[in-house]
Design a protein around this ligand. Structure first.
Ligand code: NAD
Length: 260
């Protein structure tokens, strides 16, 4: 018996085999969910289709979340195919590379808007589009990072975006509560993905993390996938509006131990 038997899940944000969304897709598939995968655009199709095939998923559709029309299209296609969507996973973020280094005050107006649109508003836009089709006991999940609460050098506008995303989780949890649907986020520790590579100094931060985190190890997309299974399964039936850390305990530290 899988923890997600009988549930349909639509996962946004698979770019390649390193994507956190891919870790989630594999874990969901293992637990019996019927899956659909969405990717950003044509350039990624070549990578995403073979991955989806590995887990027997043949609903693989593009959706640029900057486009209301594309969100409408994928909603219609998913509803036509599955009839309902029990679980929606949003593992999407974007900011221009130049906004992810140096002082935060250099953030441009256009760069700020773009980061907020793709990394924050898109979760609300997807929630709105799929709202009529998510039955009771359904779940929405997004991915965030601790830079929303504490300063992570160079994370800049993305930290501000994640703070807004986490607030969105709470407002959406309130709205969706009346239909028995839960909304949560996982705050993941650093994982070496395409998106992470855009943040200046990520490699050094990644190495240091494993030295100072209480569990003395980095986390993997598989770790996030397993936590996502829990949050989106009936095991978490009374948990909503939460930010669950999957970070080897890093967030409990006040001061990191000096490394010899
Ligand atoms: P990733 O690059 O594999 O995934 C980011 C995804 O966002 C990609 O699939 C990309 O195609 C998609 N995307 C970007 N713009 C889009 C658009 N306009 N429309 C549709 N999709 C778009 O990197 P990841 O690290 O797996 O990121 C997934 C989520 O996890 C992000 O929200 C990220 O902020 C979050 N996160 C990552 C880390 C980390 O260290 N990697 C830590 C905490 C949280």
């Amino acid at each position: 018996m899988g923890l997600l038997d009988g549930k349909t899940a639509l996962i946004f944000g698979v770019a390649n085999e390193r994507s956190i969304a891919w870790g989630i897709a594999q874990a969901f598939s293992r637990e019996g969910a019927e899956l659909g995968i969405s990717y950003a655009g044509e350039a990624l199709e070549r990578r995403v289709r073979p991955l989806a095939a590995q887990i027997g998923c043949d609903f693989v559709e593009p959706c640029d979340v900057a486009s209301d029309e594309q969100i409408e299209n994928i909603t219609a296609k998913a509803v036509e195919r599955f009839g309902k969507v029990d679980i929606l996973v949003h593992a999407i973020a974007f900011a221009n590379r130049e906004e992810l280094s140096g002082p935060y005050y250099n953030t441009s107006r256009a760069g700020f808007h773009l980061a907020m649109d793709i990394s924050v508003y898109s979760f609300t836009a997807l929630a709105k589009a799929f709202q009529p089709y998510i039955p009771a006991k359904g779940a929405l999940l997004t991915l965030t990072y601790y830079g929303s609460e504490k300063v992570t050098p160079n994370y800049n506008v993305m930290g501000v975006a994640k703070a807004a995303l986490e607030a969105s989780v709470r407002y959406l949890a309130y709205d969706f509560g009346r239909q028995g649907v839960r909304v949560n986020a996982i705050s993941a520790g650093p994982v070496r993905t395409l998106a992470a590579a855009g943040v200046a100094g990520f490699k050094e931060m990644y190495q240091r993390y494993a030295e100072v985190a209480p569990l003395r190890s980095n986390i993997t997309a598989e770790d996030v996938g397993n936590a996502a299974v829990f949050l989106c399964s009936d095991l978490a039936s009374k948990i909503t509006g939460e930010i669950l850390f999957v970070d080897s305990g890093y967030n409990i530290l006040g001061v990191a131990e000096p490394i010899e």
